[in-house]
Design a protein around this ligand. Sequence first.
Ligand code: JET
Length: 261
Amino acid sequence: MRIDVVSIFPEYLAPLELSLIGKARQDGLLDLRVHDLRDFTTDKHRSVDDTPYGGGAGMVMKPEPWAQALAAVAAAASVAGAGEAAGGAGAMAAEPAKPVLIVPSPAGERFNQALAHELAEEDRLVFACGRYEGIDERVIEWAEEHFTVRPMSLGDYVLNGGEVAVLAMVEAIGRLLPGVVGNPDSLVEESHSDGLLEYPVYTKPASWRDRDVPAVLLSGNHGKIAQWRRHEQYRRTAERRPDLLEAFDAGKLPRADRTAF
Ligand SMILES: COC(=O)COc1cccc(COC(=O)c2cn[nH]c2)c1
């Protein structure tokens, strides 16, 4: 997968050089490139924002630098994509699908684990990091020609820019790519993988500051352990995220477990 990120603070994305995502980049599993929006300005002040039409506080990101940056990214990425799609010299160059342009925004669709899985299937992702009061809306309209544009929200709160949201989304998506996480089994039983929160986990010592690990986990009875874990998932989800449990009201939950809380 190739990921391009455009930001006025490229150094904000430095943490993506670390740990699992950093190793995935070194191993060639993930081709991640960060671009400085100011490199696509033409004035000597390299300005990227201006006052909002209609008045109001704050500044709005100018459209032209974004169009220049996104067009450059689309062109560069599509050359790479076309090479892959063409299957080498001589083959008919298949038209690569438009890359997905994700714009972190409080006004976006809600990012979640299902979307992380969906986006992990894409060949290319481009992230546009807004700042100030946002990006001139005409950029979003214009971008539809070159991209599938998806404004995306991490949650109902406001950040100062899209970079923090990109860090979270790239980690959530990148860790799902084949070969990135050592043991792919660890991706199966985790919160939200089956729509429920994950069960509590324990390790040595069996007794710690007068608190014991639940005995069933030391029993070696794998059927009982699986049953206990499943029940804990339902109990925790009901307690902390009843909204998620709605999806399980459709009878996915065995009636016996349901009466337990
Ligand atoms: C068209 O889209 C835009 O103009 C986006 O512009 C902005 C402006 C300020 C801040 C952000 C960052 O996103 C969030 O705050 C956010 C994402 N998830 N939850 C909160 C983005």
